[in-house]
Design a protein around this ligand. Structure first.
Ligand code: ASP
Ligand code: MG
Length: 408
């Protein structure tokens, strides 16, 4: 008998039928004697619908009011699941974030959890009830409704698991685990039995959308046992996110390949090679609240140097505008942008102890005639920027080159 937190995503509660299926799964776990806290997303598409509604009133919706609106999707699903469970003879009670008391800061639409009161939940669990909590929402010290950012129900799930010292946090979604890469791009992609927190963090930040990145950080920080599973399969182990590398297994050096089509590259050429130039270029970009990812500055030649970096595709026009407004000041020869690029990253803790990983990556891409525009590395990751049209090809050949096609 264990205390398990289960989080179900939007597709898993997307229709009344599916909510009834969730109730059946919850009933099965309950019958095994487990204590259950269930966290739900809104029905798939609902949060987008609510945001669109809000934008019909205000082009830039007031953040406090936006949270009032977009937190309602989850309030519907928790009530529905509680009813489905009661209908099946299982005692259950639903809670909004405010009712639990998930206390957050007041950063509307991207609030951070500060504390969780476990009293109500404990009392219900002790009384044999299934506790159902709305994901994605909380309440600030003044009692305002807040939300945790898109995909935030994952973070609610992990945070509740941490607060309750749950034995496991299970994230039920529409895929049956974390894959070596997106199976829609590489049909040979395999489900991983385990992946380390570090790898999962990289994968999440590099564009694999299985888990909200903040939930992974949270789980790592509070030692929450985290598992990703499919809500559309009867059973299956899913993927367990682990703290340590599984040393018993002959694991490939690279665990996964992530990619991101959402970035654009900016080139600033011929700037004076002197102290402060990176700050003069990136300072105004940061002031405009634009997220910069990869940054490369060349070794200067004859007093000038070139500078490249990537930003989210959406922000490309804005970034160019910002830079053009300071072009004279930074004395740049040219400023240009390209949004027909993509980022491909190989990730694996095995890279720490193996040499030649980068050269294998570069040789593999060269053999296909794929030009690398930018490179960046960390201890457990190598990312390259290439022409967008090569994305599928590059991911496929790398998947093969690093032995990820093989069934272990
Ligand atoms: N419903 C919210 C969203 O669509 C939160 C979540 O599903 O995790 O982003
Ligand atoms: Mg999600």
């Amino acid at each position: 008998m264990a205390l398990i937190v289960q989080k179900y995503g939007g597709t898993s509660v997307g229709t009344p039928e599916r909510i009834k299926n969730v109730a059946k799964r919850v009933a099965r776990f309950k019958a095994q004697g487990h204590d259950l806290v269930i966290v739900l997303s809104a029905m798939s598409g609902e949060t987008n619908r609510l945001i669109a509604l809000a934008k019909e009133m205000q082009v830039n919706p007031d953040p406090r009011e936006l949270d009032v609106i977009i937190s309602t999707g989850e309030q519907v699903t928790i009530g529905l699941l509680a009813m489905a469970l009661k209908d099946a003879g299982i005692d259950a009670r639903s809670y909004t974030g405010g009712q639990v008391k998930i206390l957050t800061d007041s950063a509307f639409t991207k609030a951070r959890i500060q504390s969780i009161d476990d009293e109500n939940m404990r009392a219900d669990l002790n009384a044999g009830r299934v506790v159902i909590v709305a994901g994605f929402q909380g309440v600030d010290a003044e009692g305002n409704i807040t939300t945790l950012g898109r995909g935030g129900s994952d973070t609610t799930g992990v945070a509740l698991a941490a607060a309750l010292h749950a034995d496991e946090c299970q994230i039920y979604t529409d895929v049956d685990g974390v894959y070596t890469t997106d199976p829609r791009v590489v049909p040979e992609a395999r489900k991983l039995k385990t992946i380390t927190f570090e790898e999962m963090l990289e994968m999440a930040s590099l564009g694999s959308k299985v888990l909200q990145i903040r939930s992974v950080e949270f789980a790592g920080k509070y030692n929450v046992k985290l598992r990703v599973l499919s809500s559309f399969q009867e059973d299956g182990e899913g993927t367990l996110i682990t703290f340590e590398e599984d040393s018993n297994m002959e694991k490939p050096v690279v665990s996964g390949i992530a990619f991101n089509r959402d970035e654009a590259r900016i080139n600033v050429t011929g700037v004076p090679d002197k102290p402060g130039i990176a700050y003069q270029i990136l300072g105004p970009v940061a002031d405009a609240n634009i997220d910069v990812d990869m940054i490369i500055q060349n070794v200067g030649q004859e007093g000038t140097t070139d500078f490249s970096f990537t930003v989210p595709k959406n922000d490309l026009p804005r970034t160019i505008k910002v830079l053009e407004s300071v072009q004279d000041h930074i004395a740049a020869r040219s400023i240009s942008g390209d949004d027909k690029i993509c980022k491909i990253s190989i990730v694996g803790v095995g890279m720490r102890s193996h040499v030649g990983v980068a050269s294998t990556m570069f040789r593999t891409l060269a053999e296909e005639g794929i030009n690398i525009q930018m490179i960046s590395t960390s201890e457990i990751k190598i990312s390259v920027i290439v022409d967008e049209k090569y994305l599928e090809l590059a991911v496929r050949v790398l998947h093969k080159a690093f032995g990820l096609d093989q069934v272990l």
